[in-house]
Write a protein that binds this ligand. Structure first.
Ligand code: SF4
Ligand code: F3S
Length: 392
């Protein structure tokens, strides 16, 4: 079985499919700031009404929002799989005889409650009137919950693609979006079993499977996906995750820009502030999350890091838990540069290829080099001179 280097885990592992991931100039990617998500599910309904409104698609939520730690669609999807993996074992290495990938098929009833655990918090409600934070550690709350938007990650090592015996799933050359060819599909459902994020879904009416499409027609027109443009909390930024500081690029993008894409900065710069969801599965997911800063880091360490003892140099702390604390702190109190990029979230429906933060302004350009955003980072505020009005 071919070996691949997985930079999210910092090591090689088997992956049952040959591919040329690192050479791609442009790759679909997304950053979600969980601190801004209010569980309104506008994204979920925007996705559903765009892509899955037909017969047999009733239960399909390609985009859903879960309340952590108790939510999950299908029920308990993450814990069930994590329990089956050995320490430091990806779903490819844990595959059973005759299979390419370790996975499981969720039962019908596990798909019946998309909002299970909604708004349910972790921790005991205290006896007094006020919920107080832990006096020993005031940054984190004793009682907590947070909202986790979930969608297809358009993985760089897609499990769905590797598992399909019909080669009905492919990764597009131009943007890395993972698509399922419904003409080729024969309904074997290995993709449904293999995706650790449970995003390919079987349509009992047609007898074939379907999976999220990354809003590819919108991407082709230079627009962001509908879950991004519809988000009222401005939680998301979408773009080219592969456009790093040294990326050569075939398109003529404005020379005024900083060079890399804004999401590349948030995920891969020294100021790493967004993390992948369960990188230990090994699929190299390309949706990255700014972690909630009020949640105890030990929970987030399990969810957003490789979750092994061994530590890598490109993480900011001396342990993964320490790293998560640092990333949480950066999300709580962002640098001026990150604050500038945060203004780009939800600022335009156009896809921002590159950007520049300079003094109090942030600007963004599309793939053709056309400026699509130009805005202040901090709004000017005027304080009226003179006596303040009082109620006395
Ligand atoms: Fe495939 Fe699942 Fe990865 Fe999407 S999240 S590319 S469906 S393995
Ligand atoms: Fe392949 Fe999944 Fe169809 S495994 S044949 S794409 S149901």
């Amino acid at each position: 079985m071919p070996e691949v280097h997985n930079p999210q885990l910092g090591r090689e592992h088997s992956y049952p499919y040959e591919h040329r991931e690192e050479e791609r100039d442009w790759h679909w990617g997304m950053v979600i700031n969980t601190n801004r998500c209010i569980n309104c599910n506008t994204c979920s309904f925007a996705c559903k009404s765009t892509w899955t409104s037909g017969e047999g698609e009733e239960y399909m939520w390609w985009m859903n929002v879960e309340t952590e730690p108790y939510g999950g669609y299908p029920m308990g999807w993450d814990m069930r799989l994590l329990d089956d993996l050995g320490p430091d074992e990806t779903i490819f290495e844990a595959a059973e005889d005759g299979e390419q990938v370790r996975g499981y098929v969720a039962a019908k009833e596990e798909w019946e409650y998309p909002a299970l655990g909604d708004d349910q918090s972790h921790g005991e409600y205290p006896a007094g009137d006020v919920v107080e934070s832990d006096p020993e550690n005031e940054q984190y709350h004793d009682m907590w919950q947070f909202y986790l938007p979930r969608l297809c990650n358009h993985c760089k090592n897609p499990a769905c693609l590797a598992a399909c015996p019909r080669q009905a799933i492919y990764k597009r050359e131009e943007d890395g979006i993972v698509l399922l060819d419904q003409e080729r599909c024969r309904g074997y459902r290995r993709c449904v079993k293999s995706c650790p994020y449970h995003k390919p879904m079987y349509n009992p009416e047609t007898g074939i499977s379907e999976k999220p499409v990354g809003c590819f027609p919108r991407i082709e027109d230079g627009n962001v996906p509908r879950c991004v443009s519809s988000c009222i909390g401005k939680t998301r930024l979408h773009g080219n995750i592969n456009r790093g500081p040294d990326a050569g690029h075939p398109n003529d993008v404005s020379s005024a820009a900083d060079g890399r894409s804004p999401i590349n900065y948030l995920v891969k710069s020294d100021e790493k502030v967004a993390l992948p969801l369960y990188p230990q599965f090994g699929t190299r997911p390309q949706v990255f999350y700014m972690p909630p800063y009020h949640v105890p880091p030990e929970f987030l360490t399990q969810m957003f890091t490789p979750n092994v003892d061994e530590k890598r140099n490109d993480w900011p702390g001396s342990t993964y838990e320490e790293s998560v604390k640092i990333v949480q702190q950066r999300a709580r109190d962002p640098s001026h540069h990150v604050l500038g990029i945060l203004q780009l979230f939800g600022a335009t429906t156009r896809l921002i290829e590159t950007y520049r933060v300079k003094e109090n302004r942030v600007k963004g350009w599309d793939r053709k080099g056309k400026k699509v955003v130009d805005m202040p980072i901090e709004e000017p505020m005027e304080v009226r001179e003179g006596e303040q009005w009082t109620n006395q």
